[in-house]
Each structure stands twice: as structure tokens, then as C-alpha cells.
Design a protein around this ligand. Structure first.
Ligand code: PHE
Length: 428
């Protein structure tokens, strides 16, 4: 049985941290199946989080929110008493670069493809960075209405709202001209156009009629506003913001007002027609969206730290053992253990590239869930040598006990050793 490093540290000599990581690696040795190459950057820590299926776990807040959203769709879209949307919630997270990017028209130079943003297994495979990665495959099966739910993986900063693994629900809904007005043979979805991809931004795609786009926009937005109200109550305040995705046009984000702040909760839009064409769909127009389950659960239940979703502590999980999944309970902190702060300063390597996300990953890989936050607090360029130095503040906090400075120092030393060896930095 695997435990958090701090338990492990107590039982074993200091040098055992690496064994702990190795132990994690054995559990999911995906490198028996996939060859490593110069793109490989997936960490043991991230592999350890694969296949946990928190979104399907009984009494887990992510699972409760998933169920509420699925219920909303089953209630809202019904034909002859049958739910219209099919649900995929157990697709494995390893996908191809084609699935995650190419099939969705993400340009080859788009920053979201960078090694510093994704967990690559090798040049051809990565852990999906969004559930949209499965859109093309499901479209090709001929389905018109579906939800895709699962864990997604992104390299990012470390704080209370970011974690390398989180959960998303994606949806697709397609309609042909008969679905708009069954009695009207003249309603057109398409009109002649020169170049379907030539117009960018918020305008409609040239191949669509304005009528079809407006009706789709209205259905998409009212569906999502209805969803927000069913989760947060009728009084929830929200706003639509124009945005851009490579796979939808026009595209929007829905922000909700939470504790006086506008929070982005989802992205959506009218699907790019060329995606549908590639999937063999020629007579339909579609809308799609993707939303993050953690963000919604944190607002809904006032969960203060994203690491709590991974807690095995009964003090956390028991609070979500609800008789009625629709009850809007407020999470009560079991107790708040004190933080320990340690700074780390180093000179960046001169002969090698350095990305802060490499550093964050390494810190997380060694320190695991003891790491609450990592912040770049100072940057400095030496006036003579032109060498660059970064100083990061690492905030340690265990969710279930008080950490001693001595325990923190062991992990901190291990982080120093690892960044020296792996990132080529010089500790100051
Ligand atoms: N995949 C997008 C994201 O992760 C969300 C999205 C899905 C936007 C589908 C539009 C359509 O941010």
C-alpha cells in the first residue's frame, strides 16, 4: 500500500525517497509499452495518479458533480422518455498527438503543444490535456449527442487551484436541418462559401447560415446557463466572454461570480465544420463545450485546496456521503495544520534551457502532496556575468498533520539534490 512520503520518511532512512518514487514507477510501468525518447517528460508522481477514477468514486465530490451534470443532461434532452446523450467516462488517458491536437486543428506551432505544457510519454503519445482529445473518435462512430468524462493532465504552476491532474466533462451535440424545424423543408444550415477556414475570431464560419448558427448559439448558451443554475441555484450571476479555440468558431467562455470574483468555468462554441467533415459528417452542425469538475466542486462545496480531492482521509470523504446528491453542503475544514516555508535560490544553467514548469514538476515529484504552493519570488541577472538567478518560495503543508521543520528539511534537501542533478542549476 502506497502512502504519502511523510509516513514513509518516518519508517525508513533518509535516502529512501528515491526508492519511494521507484516504487510508484513499478505500479504503472508504461515504458514496457512505450519507448522513451527526447520528448519523454512524464514523472513518476503523475503516473501514480493515473487510473484513480476519482470521478467515478462513491461519495467523492467530483463524482457527485459528474452525476449531477449527467442527470441535468438526461433531464433536459429526452426523446420518447430516453436520454439523448451517451456517456463515455472510462476512456484511458494515453492518447496520440493526433487525437489531442491534429484532429482538432491545433496549429503545429500552438503553445499548448509545448513540452513545457504537457506530459509526453514520447513524441507520439501523451496524457490527454483535455477530454476533447476523444471527440473525433466518437464522432466517427456516428453518435450525435455525447458526453466524455475523465482525468486530464497539464503541466502548470503549483497553488491551491492547480494540480497536474484534474477532471473534465466535454460534450458534443449535432443537428441536421430536420432537427431544427421538422415541418420546414426549406431551413438551411449551409450556404456557399469560398474558404471555410479563412475567417477567424468571433464571426460565424463562412459555410454556415447565420440562422443555424444563432439557433445553435442560443441552445448552447441556454443549456449551459441552465446547468449553472441547476448546480448553483437560480441566483447565480454569470457572464459570457468571447474567446478563441482552434476547434470551435465562434467560441465563448462562461464565467460565474464567486466570492466577488469572475471565475472561468468552461469553454464552448460552434464546432469547426472541417472537423465534422473529417469525421464523415456532412449534413450537420454542432456545438461543443468542455468544463472543469474541480473548479465547479471547489465553488459549490467551498473546498479550499485542490489537493483535498486526492485525500483518503475519512474527515474529508465522509462529508460527501450524501443522502441527496443535490444538497448543497459546505465543506468544513477538518483542521488547518501550519505551513512551513523554505526558499530555494539557484543560478540557471548556461548551456541548457530552463523552464519553470520543469522545476515545478520536479518539486512535486519529490515532495508530492506536501507541497502547497511554489512561487517565483525573485529573478536577478548578475550585472557582470549576466548569469540569471531565480528564487522560489516553497510552501509545505500536510493536509492531515503538522509537519516539523526537520521533516521539511529532508524533502527540501532532496529537492535541491534533484534539481542540481536533473536541471543543471547551481544552488546559491
Ligand atoms: N478543450 C477545451 C479546454 O480544455 C474546452 C472546450 C471543449 C472548448 C470543447 C470548446 C469546445 O479548455
Amino acid at each position: 500500500m502506497l502512502k504519502l512520503p511523510i509516513h514513509y520518511l518516518k519508517k525508513l532512512p533518509k535516502s529512501s525517497l528515491r526508492n519511494y518514487c521507484a516504487e510508484l514507477g513499478v505500479q504503472h510501468n508504461i515504458f514496457n509499452r512505450f519507448k522513451k525518447d527526447d520528448y519523454t517528460n512524464i514523472t513518476d508522481r503523475v503516473m501514480y495518479h493515473m487510473n484513480k477514477n476519482l470521478h467515478l468514486k462513491n461519495n467523492h465530490p467530483l463524482s457527485i458533480v459528474r452525476q449531477r451534470i449527467v442527470n441535468y443532461f438526461n433531464k433536459t434532452f429526452v426523446i420518447r422518455n430516453n436520454p439523448v446523450f451517451s456517456v463515455y467516462d472510462q476512456l484511458p488517458p494515453i492518447v496520440t498527438v493526433d487525437q489531442n491536437f491534429d484532429s482538432l486543428l491545433v496549429p503545429t506551432n500552438h503553445p499548448s503543444r509545448n513540452k513545457s505544457d504537457c506530459y509526453y510519454i514520447n513524441r507520439n503519445y501523451l496524457l490527454r490535456a483535455h477530454m476533447t482529445a476523444h471527440q473525433m473518435d466518437i464522432l466517427k462512430t456516428g453518435l450525435n449527442n455525447f458526453l466524455i468524462i475523465g482525468d486530464v493532465y497539464r503541466r502548470d504552476e503549483i497553488d491551491k487551484t492547480h494540480y497536474p491532474v484534474f477532471h473534465q466533462i466535454d460534450a458534443v451535440r449535432l443537428k441536421d436541418s430536420k432537427d431544427f424545424f421538422p415541418d420546414n423543408d426549406h431551413f438551411q444550415i449551409f450556404e456557399a462559401s469560398d474558404d471555410a477556414e479563412s475567417i477567424r475570431g468571433q464571426e460565424k464560419q463562412p459555410c454556415h447560415t447565420i440562422e443555424a448558427v444563432k439557433i445553435m448559439e442560443e441552445e448552447l448558451k441556454s443549456t449551459l446557463e441552465g446547468l449553472a443554475k441547476s448546480l448553483f441555484g437560480e441566483k447565480i450571476e454569470f457572464q459570457w466572454v468571447d474567446t478563441h479555440f482552434p476547434f470551435t468558431q465562434p467560441s465563448w467562455e462562461l464565467e460565474i461570480l464567486h466570492n466577488g470574483q469572475w471565475l472561468e468555468t468552461l469553454g464552448c462554441g460552434i464546432m469547426k465544420q472541417s472537423i465534422l467533415t473529417s469525421a464523415g459528417v456532412t449534413d450537420k452542425i454542432g456545438w461543443a463545450f468542455g468544463l472543469g469538475l474541480e473548479r465547479i466542486s471547489m465553488c459549490l462545496y467551498k473546498i479550499p485546496d485542490i489537493r483535498l480531492f486526492w485525500s483518503k482521509d475519512s474527515g474529508f470523504l465522509n462529508q460527501f456521503d450524501l443522502d441527496n446528491i443535490n444538497s448543497n453542503i459546505t465543506y468544513k475544514a477538518v483542521s488547518q495544520f501550519p505551513q512551513c516555508k523554505n526558499d530555494i535560490s539557484f543560478w540557471l544553467p548556461e548551456s541548457k534551457e530552463f523552464s519553470s514548469n520543469d522545476f515545478y514538476d520536479l518539486v512535486r515529484n519529490v515532495g508530492g502532496d506536501l507541497i502547497e504552493q511554489v512561487k517565483l519570488v525573485d529573478k536577478f541577472v548578475h550585472p557582470k556575468s549576466k548569469k540569471v538567478s531565480h528564487c522560489y518560495r516553497i510552501i509545505y503543508r500536510h493536509m492531515e498533520k503538522t509537519l516539523t521543520q526537520k521533516e521539511v528539511n529532508i524533502v527540501h534537501k532532496e529537492i535541491e539534490k534533484n534539481i542540481r542533478n536533473q536541471l543543471g542549476v547551481t544552488i546559491r
